[in-house]
Ligand binder design. Structure first.
Ligand code: HEM
Length: 119
């Protein structure tokens, strides 16, 4: 199915911010300004996943298309909130793998909307 351009842009932005998160995490562990940079990148992920959810809701037409994009966006946003809480609580054993999972999920969503555009 062809996905709307705004949804594709939102998912691309979300994937980009989730790609930046482990990079700033590396800085957090090595340079003094790293904590601030990782916090800024966390705000970026929060904003991008929320934007994705809002766009998925706005694009849905009741009785029309499938509500599945809303479910995908909502799951990612929920996991992002958990990720932020785990980061603040310093639960690194869950926080680090969840960060990798979030990026993988976002990349999968991106590949699906890009493939949908081509068909
Ligand atoms: C693979 C990706 C990520 C890695 C490896 C990573 C790693 C870390 C590490 C090592 C810490 C420090 C914990 C401590 O002080 O003991 C941290 C803190 C934190 N992380 Fe991440 N993180 C990742 C992704 C994310 C993402 C995607 C978010 C938000 C959506 C996030 C939000 C936070 C927050 C809010 C903190 C607390 C910062 C503070 O205390 O000032 N992280 N992260």
């Amino acid at each position: 199915m062809k996905s709307p351009v705004f949804l594709r842009i939102a998912i691309a932005l979300q994937t980009l911010t989730l790609f930046a998160a482990p990079i700033t995490a590396g800085l957090l562990l090595t340079v003094p300004v790293g904590r601030t940079l990782h916090s800024v990148s966390a705000y970026g992920v929060f904003t991008a996943t929320l934007l994705h959810l809002i766009i998925a809701i706005l694009m849905w037409q009741p009785g029309g298309g499938s509500p599945r994009p809303i479910l995908y966006a909502a799951v990612l946003f929920g996991l992002t909130l958990a990720q932020i809480a785990l980061g603040i609580a310093q639960v690194k054993t869950v926080h680090v793998p969840l960060g990798a999972l979030l990026f993988g999920m976002s990349l999968l969503q991106l590949s699906q909307v890009v493939a949908g555009r081509r068909t």
